[in-house]
Design a protein around this ligand. Sequence first.
Ligand code: AGP
Length: 367
Amino acid sequence: AAVGKGNYRHFMEKELHEHPAVLGDTLRQYLDPKTLEVRLPRLPFDPGRVPRLTISACGSAFLAGAVGRYWIEELARLPVDADVASELRYRNPPLQEGGAAILVSQSGETADTMAALRLLREGGQKVLSVVNVPESSMARESDGAVLTVAGPEIGVASTKAFTAQLAVMACLAIGFGRARRELTTLDEGRLTQALLEVPSHAAEILEKDAQIRELAAEVAKARDVLFLGRGSLTPIAFEGALKLKEISYIHAEGYAAGEMKHGPIALIDSNVPVIALCPSGPLFEKTASNLQEAAARGGRIMAFTDADGVGPLSRFAERVIELPKASAFAAPILYAIPVQLLAYHVAVLKGTDVDQPRNLAKSVTVE
Ligand code: AGP
């Protein structure tokens, strides 16, 4: 059946508002809310024994994989290589015997990701794909597939499929951590609990729409925009920049906040809004001090944080938007939503074709 826009102006807007439902559906598939345990489907490799993991994908799907790398290395102590599929396929990577790979894709039809899949399988890796379309080529050609339960995504800019990919990667990371005996039952319960709170936090974030629209009015005037994050929020900063470029045609870059001083800080002046993803937690102080350096050079800091971050950041930031207080583990899933909303509102203000941006296809089936 054809999917409609309902009462929304664009598919992207509708899909943004599906976040709480999609995240709930995806997490319920892989978490048991009663026992607080992860329930993974049968995997084509034993995560307890695999020596090394390769993660590959394109665009936003790659960025979901890149967050997965932070989680899997941290929680499962499993070494991960992550590379975009268009590079991996020609890089002739030395693949380890007994190794495994995770490929991420909404459509399951992306040509570069398919090529990486075949290369990895020919190189003896067991390939698990994280896909949204169960009957897709990637799902069929992989050794196993884990589904995101995002439903059809029509807008070219990925929204709910991206956060659903993150939710699956988070469940995999917990499952791998347990299989490798890096997590206690208590740890698993705490992490699972944090994920179970994500759908309601996502709904709270969607209620910040008016504040994000005000921020969008500022961002829409800019020629260049910088997105900063640290740790597992770094790929979300990249995602914010990708989304803004993709649908508003404003030049944007994502950077690891600590890397600013090695170059990009030269760009800072009062014309470049700096969108900071800065939840409270272990990396807060470090990120805040990177932001303060940018502010001291005339940079206009627009920060997303939680209740504990509002006070310290308000001392130098031009705008601070408070998001719900979540565990550091779940933060990348939640902070993806406001950057998508921001890109959406900027694109609407700019009058671009939000659902069908120029030069782009929903699924890139050519090389
Ligand atoms: C996301 O907003 C983009 N449209 C794009 O980067 C996309 O994520 C990429 O082309 C991968 O597509 P896939 O998930 O269908 O493989």
